[in-house]
Ligand binder design. Sequence first.
Ligand code: DX5
Ligand code: ZN
Length: 222
Amino acid sequence: MSIKIAPSILSADFGRLADELQAAEQGGADWIHLDVMDGHFVPNITIGPLVAAAARKATRLPLDAHLMISDPDRYIRPFVDAGVDSITVHAEVTPHLHRTVQEIRNAGARAGVAINPGTSQELIREIIPFVDLVLVMSVNPGFGGQKFIEASLGKVRRVRALLEESGRGDADLQVDGGVTTANIRQLREAGATVVVAGFAVYNQEATVAENVARLKTAASPA
Ligand code: DX5
Ligand code: ZN
């Protein structure tokens, strides 16, 4: 099973965002990952629906909005109206996760649920039947360019087992944070179907296309 690459714009040059999105699209990326942060749920502030709408005009790739915000319900409709294809919310921010997931789907987007490194996959057991994607954070959310938390690999295996056990082998399992050519194959083998890559794609060492190609090559079976 091949793995999808979703570059995170967090490490891109925001002064040339359209070019950076085009480079990802032409470089073979599968999705674009939009890291939305409110400075409350995480210690950083990034973008909102306005930038998502600008991204929508710059690329045909699916836009994958990762809402690291305390009150996601308020922003489902604005992000769907901006043109995002999927919305992922953190299980840690609401006791009404089932309602939020239903709202995302009713608004016409794919629904994802994310868990932080310190959150057990047991927290999302009951919502698994209702989502299209589970996002396993492999760094503490808030910043790009962080080091991959090694314990995440075991968690990916546990989430994969949970998906299969729940009859949701069809759902995407996305890993987000510190993904590089050094760990992407292990993540695919552990059951990930999508990886987010910020610094591994947008860095000074190589072009976006070269970095995407390196990740795809590193991910393929030995
Ligand atoms: C962190 C974000 C991640 C991050 C990934 O809060 O959710 O998407 O930008 O960037 P890298 O791949 O550089 O860790
Ligand atoms: Zn993210």
